[in-house]
Design a binder for this molecule. Sequence first.
Ligand SMILES: *[C@@H]1O[C@H](CO)[C@@H](O)[C@H](O)[C@H]1NC(C)=O
Ligand SMILES: *[C@@H]1O[C@H](CO)[C@@H](O)[C@H](O)[C@H]1NC(C)=O
Ligand SMILES: *[C@@H]1O[C@H](CO)[C@@H](O)[C@H](O)[C@H]1NC(C)=O
Ligand SMILES: *[C@@H]1O[C@H](CO)[C@@H](O)[C@H](O)[C@H]1NC(C)=O
Ligand SMILES: *[C@@H]1O[C@H](CO)[C@@H](O)[C@H](O)[C@H]1NC(C)=O
Ligand SMILES: *[C@@H]1O[C@H](CO)[C@@H](O)[C@H](O)[C@H]1NC(C)=O
Ligand SMILES: *[C@@H]1O[C@H](CO)[C@@H](O)[C@H](O)[C@H]1NC(C)=O
Ligand SMILES: *[C@@H]1O[C@H](CO)[C@@H](O)[C@H](O)[C@H]1NC(C)=O
Length: 404
Amino acid sequence: MLLFTLLFAFNSAVTIASSSPSQVVLPKPTGRYLVGRTACVELIDYSRVQPFAPGLEPVRLEISLFYPVIDQRHHKADFDAVAYFPAAVAQFEDAALSDIGVRAPNGTFSKLALHLASDETCQRSGSHQPEVDFPLAIFMPGEGTTRLWYSQIAATVASNGYIVITIDPPYNVDVVEYSDGSLVLLNKTLWGTEDYEALARTAYVGIQSQAQDVSFVLDQLSNVTLARTLVPNLPASGFNTTTAMFGHSLGGSTAYSILEQDARVLGGLDMDGGLFGPGNGTDKPVMIMGCGNHTRDHDGDFTQITWAATWPNLTGWRREITIADTLHYDFSDYPVVFETLGISPNLTIASSSHGTQTGTLEGHRVLEIVTSYVTGFLDFVIKGKNSPLLDGPVAGFPEVAFQY
Ligand SMILES: *[C@@H]1O[C@H](CO)[C@@H](O)[C@H](O)[C@H]1NC(C)=O
Ligand SMILES: *[C@@H]1O[C@H](CO)[C@@H](O)[C@H](O)[C@H]1NC(C)=O
Ligand SMILES: *[C@@H]1O[C@H](CO)[C@@H](O)[C@H](O)[C@H]1NC(C)=O
Ligand SMILES: *[C@@H]1O[C@H](CO)[C@@H](O)[C@H](O)[C@H]1NC(C)=O
Ligand SMILES: *[C@@H]1O[C@H](CO)[C@@H](O)[C@H](O)[C@H]1NC(C)=O
Ligand SMILES: *[C@@H]1O[C@H](CO)[C@@H](O)[C@H](O)[C@H]1NC(C)=O
Ligand SMILES: *[C@@H]1O[C@H](CO)[C@@H](O)[C@H](O)[C@H]1NC(C)=O
Ligand SMILES: *[C@@H]1O[C@H](CO)[C@@H](O)[C@H](O)[C@H]1NC(C)=O
């Protein structure tokens, strides 16, 4: 039997009315809806052991939810500046990003805020606010980051009419802060090795475990009582857990691998992650979004080899696109965050394997491209809507190339 506990923190505590002068606020999400956030929800799966923990412990997941808000208060300021990171994570990231080519002295990321709808909306649960009845999309981050580094992407997709759930797999990401304030860090012994066969084995187990994490979260979200505490004004039926997944790097591998394991996940969008892990292919929709000229190639790097090997086994709808002038971490919030804070990385370091691995495309533009194609994919997979973006090159996005 699966048990879980649920703890709240961080949501109202860090929300302050509008922005304070010391804050630097990211752009307003560009879709038609305002966005609310429920951060730091903790779900514990006591039926499984966390694979890369130092000892025996249950799987303990932190998730965030970004949901559309239908605003009826036209006379009011329409946003709050909501802290991007909790304080301890902000300090951690100052040091982590300084190590990879960005000048981020202590205090840099604690200033950062998201432009979200007023938290007041949450407190009006059960009021005259319209129901938040939108489809669910699941997201997982890349190895060695944190789900929080994708909050602007998640908020922007939410503003297009999705409830986006971001999930942190502990020990695979740099840092997870739990509701009790404790931090769990990346398992560097496993992930830091230069033995590529060992690394591939670790990644395989990581993907397997992360796919189970996603199924566990969907199981929990089907509990209507719980669901209605997470998103205000959810309909009486709760979430519709028929969903699609997108993910970056190891999270993208998970978005592929889960397809044959969980019938609720209708399609997977893989942003620059290897197509491997448990599974031998799928007939569900799969889209690969690669950086720069990173395309499937039997003689390429590990990721490219997995794309080439798995491609023939994608027997349903499939697409492969690339975005020019990007590198691996352009599929995170790095570019828009650096642009907003005015801390452009040293490009020599940034483009190296020890750098931020961000390219030369401008931050707001990368965000626009990534979130447009993610939304197009979700519209197609979940709503069955045809999007011209998925059919081939379009004039509005000359950076995007299709591989056939
Ligand atoms: C990493 O994972 C291995 C295998 O589960 C475990 O033995 C080790 O203690 C972990 N190390 C850290 C630093 O968490
Ligand atoms: C960063 O600043 C905080 C708050 O001023 C302080 O508590 C912390 O010790 C500083 N950390 C480092 C590494 O300087
Ligand atoms: C559903 O969630 C509620 C609220 O968190 C909890 O009290 C209840 O035990 C859950 N039900 C099941 C079947 O897990
Ligand atoms: C993948 O294929 C291998 C060999 O054909 C088979 O043993 C394995 O069970 C398959 N795995 C899945 C998840 O279908
Ligand atoms: C492709 O499918 C075949 C047949 O099921 C299987 O043997 C093979 O391992 C699969 N390859 C990949 C890379 O999934
Ligand atoms: C791919 O892009 C890199 C970096 O821009 C460049 O050095 C390389 O020549 C390109 N490779 C191909 C095959 O175009
Ligand atoms: C960027 O980093 C390179 C390599 O460390 C260094 O040689 C160069 O001076 C740096 N450029 C700037 C503008 O700091
Ligand atoms: C849940 O969403 C799926 C995909 O959009 C849809 O086919 C299904 O009818 C929905 N279920 C309910 C109960 O609304």
